[in-house]
Design a protein around this ligand. Structure first.
Ligand SMILES: C[S+](C)CC[C@H](N)C(=O)O
Ligand SMILES: N[C@@H](CCS)C(=O)O
Ligand SMILES: [Zn+2]
Length: 336
């Protein structure tokens, strides 16, 4: 009898990091980079609008991040929800195809990158210590607050009508489709409260999702996620789920990150991932970013080595970071 060897989810991350040279580079802001290239995201679907209007641009931005040294690229499904598509008159079936398309575009970018790298079109050694390092495609699942399109992924206040069960119902089919899309893992991003983290752990278990996942929280300060729930408690929920291979922070001001890493470490030994935004604040009414007063976070690349020493092993950027940010992070991590 031949026994199928099934890797424990945590060993997938350990092996991935080893092959990347102990730490990995994540990509940078996808939506804001699409905007920088002229996409208009002033729409309830935000970046998912580009799945309909400009898939070629999504592929190009993925490629730019790979060329900058990213080991993981995150698909354009952050705000792609079946409910959001339905509100636009897009059928459930077409919506599911769009979710699959977001992963397909990222996989295509990876194939193009590999082909160009193998032909020497790009000097891979300029951005990668380990030329044979793997590249993962992460399927993004933005929070319920992202779908609401009112910026509530930065408040975590979903109201009394939203329960554990309603969150599970909201996300269930999307998670199922993305889990079977060919992605290497699911990136649950910008999670603003404990309730949604709990909903994701239950969904992963109930649906028997076979690919691993990471949980990444949006935080309001150095100790708490956006809703005010302690990050330590949120990380403990992630820690309780075997399928989760990384826990971290995204779309959060860089100035809070160091303390957040220390708090996460108290709750879990899973890999810690960090991809902050530029430190600016998002105005959901105008869908624009405004400078935060009295703080300067812009050049967070200078903190990256300290975050690595503090225990983060995957670092990248979120909104308003660019391929240049990722190139600089890649350089900072490769000098370890
Ligand atoms: C991470 S936020 C900048 C995404 C956009 C937001 N959900 C909106 O629709 O306004
Ligand atoms: N992966 C998403 C996160 C938005 S907070 C993006 O970069 O657009
Ligand atoms: Zn972001």
């Amino acid at each position: 009898m031949v026994l199928k060897r099934v890797d424990h989810p945590s060993s997938l991350m350990t092996n991935f990091l080893r092959r990347c040279g102990s730490s990995a580079v994540l990509d940078g802001g996808l939506a804001t980079e699409l905007e920088r290239h002229g996409a208009d995201l002033n729409d309830p679907l935000w970046s998912a609008k580009c799945l309909l209007s400009s898939p070629h641009l999504i592929r190009r931005v993925h490629l730019d991040y790979l060329e900058a040294g990213a080991n993981i690229i995150i698909s354009s499904s952050y705000q792609a929800t079946l409910q959001g598509f339905e509100a636009k008159g897009i059928s459930r079936k077409e919506g599911e195809a769009l979710l699959e398309k977001s992963v397909k575009i990222a996989c295509e970018a990876r194939d193009i990158y590999k082909e160009r790298a193998s032909k020497g079109v790009w000097d891979v050694s300029a951005t990668r210590d380990h030329e044979q390092a793997p590249i993962w495609v992460a399927a993004s699942v933005g929070s319920y607050g992202a779908y609401l399109s009112d910026g509530s992924e930065y408040s975590g206040m979903y109201g009394d009508g939203v329960s554990l069960d309603s969150l599970k119902d909201f996300h269930r089919r999307r998670v199922e489709v993305l889990a079977a899309s060919g992605a290497d893992l699911i990136a649950f991003e910008t999670i603003p409260n404990k309730l949604e983290a709990k909903a994701y752990t239950e969904l992963l278990e109930e649906e028997g999702v076979e690919i691993p996942a990471w949980f990444s929280f949006s935080c309001k300060d150095g100790a708490n996620v956006a809703s005010g729930d302690p990050i330590e408690e949120c990380a403990a929920i992630a820690d309780s789920c075997e399928q989760v291979i990384g826990v971290g922070i995204n779309c959060t001001a860089p100035r809070f990150v160091h303390q957040l890493i220390q708090s996460i470490q108290k709750a879990t030994n899973k890999a810690i991932l960090i991809y902050p935004n530029s430190g600016e604040t998002y105005d959901a009414n105008t869908k624009e970013w405004v400078k935060s007063s009295g703080v300067s976070d812009v050049d967070f690349v200078s903190y990256v080595k300290k975050w690595r020493e503090a225990g983060a092993s995957l670092v990248g950027g979120c909104c308003r970071t660019t391929p240049n940010t990722i190139r600089a992070i890649s350089k900072a991590l490769s000098n370890n």
